[in-house]
Design a protein around this ligand. Structure first.
Ligand SMILES: [Fe+2]
Length: 477
């Protein structure tokens, strides 16, 4: 079966489907029939609506969920700033002063585990673009935590959707809409506003997060591929309703709001949703279920064929964020340089490695829990060793990426690197270029007797002379 052989067994049940309209109730009869907001909901519950898009968003984009809960989400005291001097997950107000926009190719050594902090305090913005207050842009985070969140704390981000790529450990996530167990090689998306608590049943965790300040993730269009392959809708797993009864314990609700932390007190659990229906919910996906396609003749297609999820900008086909993976796959192309080409991209590319070794970088510098960033038009490609190997390899069918899972956050936006990402984390590899591409040697040799065709033919002896109109800029004629 094309699923990951997880070392930690699943402990929850799910309903399957991407952007499906789901309904689920933990107590039979808790969901109202037909009506969304009956005068007297079943069992004394409160009706509550959670909107993930504007009320009037087109039907094809509209996302909302109706919750039937013991107490409404609004039943809490005022939010107060917390850790305002230290907690900031996005550069604010003057981003040009706080983000480093540099054309250098960047690569990071594996980020450290940190056993001293919980999920909320584990988030480090490495790079980003835009501004959550304008609902525009993205944030790229590294997280490393070693402690469960307090048993009576819940967290949400008002800034955007979290796409969580777990690299190490296990996340046991209790959300308002139900529970998710996330293990390495699974990803999880928690949409804006949904409250959750993260526990770490296997100890320290580490990974990457793409926070999407605008729009939501969708499945990419398949075009001529047809109606199946890549990530299939049925493989996305959505929690079922699960609730706690607790209306007499102090709880703290933590909010990430424009990158800052706020806290509010309440005297009941936020995890009291007995039933819900809608299409705005958290979900997870096992990357081993990705049905990879590729060339069966020559050359290889653009890496967009490996897109798991995408979030489009206002211009169709241009993504604010693509989540792309490089899973184990067969390469069979004939007469082809099989690794990625050398290239420059109008999109920015942030890469990470969950486990194994990425097939385009065999030099050892791109390691699990490390990262790289190739910003807009920053040239990159296989390192010298990989080029050498791939140029001389016998082109038999070969499986690459076995036991490995690299991924990319790709964006049409130019991303800036934070002070933490560039300096404080102390993981930037200063010798990235020196190791990767400076060792590339020219192999070009002019064949003997071949004429250089760079120059125009010497027509009637006018080549390069003042009288040759073809050589004269038009404004001087
Ligand atoms: Fe690239």
């Amino acid at each position: 079966m094309p699923t990951t052989n997880f070392s930690t067994a699943e402990k929850y049940r799910y309903q399957n489907g991407f952007n499906s309209y789901h309904e689920t109730e933990a107590v039979e009869g808790a969901l109202p029939i037909a009506a969304n907001s009956p005068q007297k909901p079943s069992y004394g519950l409160y009706n509550e609506k959670l909107s993930g898009t504007a009320f009037t968003a087109p039907r094809s984009e509209n996302q909302q969920t109706w919750l039937y809960r013991i107490l409404p989400a609004s039943a809490h005291a005022s939010f107060e700033p917390r850790e305002s001097a230290t907690y900031n997950t996005n550069p604010e107000s003057k981003p040009h002063e706080k983000l480093h926009h540099i054309p250098n190719q960047l690569r990071w050594d594996p980020f450290d585990l940190d056993e001293t902090v919980d999920w909320v305090h584990s988030l480090h913005l490495v790079a980003g673009a835009g501004d959550p207050t304008m609902k525009h842009g993205i944030g790229m985070f590294i997280f490393a935590a070693g402690k469960d969140m307090d048993p009576h704390e819940a967290f949400y981000s008002a800034d955007g959707d979290f796409l969580i790529v777990l690299q190490h450990g296990v996340l046991d996530i209790q959300t308002e809409l139900g529970k998710l167990l996330v293990r390495p090689n699974e990803i999880c998306v928690i949409p804006r506003g949904i409250r959750y608590r993260v526990a770490l049943p296997q100890g320290p965790v580490r990974g990457y997060i793409l926070e999407l300040y605008q729009n939501h993730f969708t499945l990419p269009e398949l075009g001529p591929i047809g109606s199946n392959c890549l990530a299939n809708a049925r493989d996305f797993q959505v929690p079922i309703a699960s609730f706690d009864e607790d209306t007499d314990t102090p709880w703290t609700l933590l909010s990430k709001f424009s990158g800052h932390l706020f806290a509010a007190k309440q005297n009941h659990t936020p995890f009291d949703v007995v039933a819900w229906h809608g299409n705005y919910y958290p979900y997870k996906y096992d990357l081993a279920r990705f049905s990879t396609i590729g060339s069966v003749s020559f050359d290889h297609p653009d890496p967009s064929i490996y897109t798991v999820l995408t979030a489009q900008s206002d211009h169709a086909g241009t993504a604010v964020a693509d989540f792309v993976i490089f899973p184990p796959r067969w390469l069979v192309q004939e007469d082809t340089f099989r690794p990625p080409w050398y290239h420059r991209n109008t999109m920015s590319e942030f890469m990470g490695l969950i486990h194994g070794q990425y097939d385009a970088k065999t030099g050892g510098g791109f390691q699990p829990a490390g990262a790289s960033l190739h910003n807009v038009m920053s040239a990159h490609g296989p390192d010298a060793t990989t080029h050498e190997k791939a140029s001389n390899a016998e082109l038999t069918p070969v499986k690459v990426g076995e036991g490995s899972m690299a991924f990319m956050f790709e964006s049409c936006l130019m991303v800036g690197v934070t002070e933490w990402g560039l300096k404080k984390c102390k993981k930037v590899q200063e010798d990235y270029n020196a190791e990767s591409w400076e060792p590339l040697r020219p192999h070009f040799k002019l064949p003997e007797g071949k004429k250089i065709k760079n120059d125009l033919p010497d027509v009637k002896g006018t080549n390069g002379t003042v009288g040759d109109k073809r050589q004269v800029p038009h404004w001087t004629s």
